[in-house]
Design a protein around this ligand. Structure first.
Ligand SMILES: *Cc1c(COP(=O)(O)O)cnc(C)c1O
Length: 423
């Protein structure tokens, strides 16, 4: 696609956008009375207008029915998690039996590591990306210590080469192969939260399996952003949160994927709870945990219906839009942003974009390292109505989200940035 870096081109793209109606289904925040240029869907997705209706339904059913809502609510609470399965399966490329909405992201990361990180004297290494999201780092470190191991020895960090920011797939493959049969688990953020790199899930999983290790992915920044094909790619497990691209509200219910080949493997150790117990006997209150087949067997607690309702509202929109269509638009939208950025700073005096240039290696986010006075530039953007994300020492992350951002948003952002950079 050849982009013209003009407002009229942006508007033409918006007119021809088959997904344009979805923007009207979201509340877009205002800055000083003007609709904001919102580019932080990678941090907190916007609220669908339908969310209120979904939550109100549960409040109404609770008021009217009390405990009977478990059976007689419009969407009976007892099976509420099941209503999310179809959409989640489509979004992450899985079978409905492989996905479940439950807990919070870091909780799910721990639960999955309990099952898939089972170090032995010989096979104990955990291969992760360097600079992983802090919560993930703390989870890795504490899991390793829990098994009585030394994190400095057990955790192997994949790093970019000197002077590079992306981690090359060939380097990941070589590192896994080097550590060979000492590797217990390869666990990577499918899309890196800071650089925006989208890793090669298929290749990483294949390589991990070839040395006899498991492969898991933290899809916090990938779910609803890129196509994951978790089932086809043979991933062992994945986890994600729902408040970023999935627009399900701050601290909303998270999700997990376990591949169906582990569905009936009761030998996998796990931390159990009653919601993971064999459904038909759940209320017999008997001793002896019998897990449900599939990822459902990893559930612990009864379903949080209010945050689940917000989740469902957003999932309905994803089903209507389709992840393939969203990704198609996303590639254009982010490509347009990239083209505009290149135009603003042809010689790279002001900033560098360190997200991979190859569209297959990124989602919608671009990370911009500002060379001078980054914070000042960011403040100017904010004052001009841009909501973006700031990371010390000088990084601005911008995520044009195909569900509700427009080509015009992206164009206007570039104009504001241009002005903010001018002394
Ligand atoms: C957002 C994010 C988290 C946050 O964890 P919560 O348990 O939802 O608070 C963790 N890991 C990654 C990679 C993230 O992007």
């Amino acid at each position: 696609m050849i982009f013209e870096n003009t407002l009229s081109f942006a508007r033409k793209m918006d007119r021809n956008d088959s997904l344009k109606k979805f923007r009207t289904q979201f509340h877009i925040p205002k800055v000083k009375g003007k609709t904001a240029l919102y580019f932080t869907g990678n941090s907190l997705g916007l609220q669908p207008k339908s969310t209120k209706k979904f939550i109100d339904q549960e409040l109404t059913d609770w008021a009217k029915l009390g405990v009977e809502g478990h059976f007689h609510a419009k969407r009976p609470w007892l099976s509420y998690h099941k209503f999310t399965k179809k959409a989640l399966a489509q979004i992450v490329g899985a079978r409905p039996s492989e996905v479940v909405a439950m807990n919070q992201l870091t909780v799910n990361l721990h639960l999955m590591m309990v099952s898939f990180y089972k170090p032995t004297a010989k096979r104990y290494k955990l291969i992760v990306e360097s600079g992983a999201f802090p919560s993930d780092q703390y989870a890795f470190e504490s899991q390793v210590k829990f098994h009585g191991l030394n994190p400095d020895d057990a955790i192997v960090e994949l790093k970019p080469r000197d002077g590079e920011t992306k981690i090359r797939t060939e380097d990941i493959v070589n590192t896994i192969n080097q550590h060979g049969n000492t590797v217990a688990l390869v666990l990577i953020g499918a899309v890196q939260y800071y650089t925006g790199q989208f890793f090669n899930i298929k290749k990483i999983t294949e390589t991990a399996h070839a040395v006899g290790a498991y492969a898991g992915f933290d899809c916090a920044h990938a779910v609803g952003n890129v196509e994951l094909d978790l089932h086809k790619n043979n991933v062992d497990f994945a986890v994600w949160c729902s408040y970023k691209y999935l627009n399900s509200g701050a601290g909303g219910i998270a999700g997990a994927f376990v591949h169906d080949r582990h569905a009936n493997n009761n030998a996998l150790p796990r931390f159990a709870g009653w919601w993971g117990h064999h459904e038909g006997e759940r209320f017999q209150m008997k001793k002896g945990f019998i897990p449900m087949p599939g990822v459902d067997g990893w559930q612990l607690s009864n379903f949080p219906v209010l945050s689940g309702a917000a989740h469902l509202a957003s999932l309905e929109i994803f089903q209507a839009a389709g992840i393939k269509n969203l990704r198609k638009k996303s590639i254009l939208l982010t490509g347009f942003l990239e083209s505009l950025l290149n135009d603003i700073d042809k010689e790279g005096k002001h900033f560098t974009v360190f997200t991979p240039k190859n569209v297959k290696e990124r989602g919608c986010q671009l990370s911009i390292a500002v060379k001078h006075d980054g914070k000042k530039v960011f403040t100017k953007l904010t004052k001009a109505g841009v909501i973006a994300d700031w990371r010390e020492p000088g990084v601005i992350r911008v995520a044009p989200v195909p569900l509700y951002n427009t080509f015009e948003d992206v164009f206007l952002f570039s104009e504001i940035l241009k002005k903010a950079l001018a002394k």
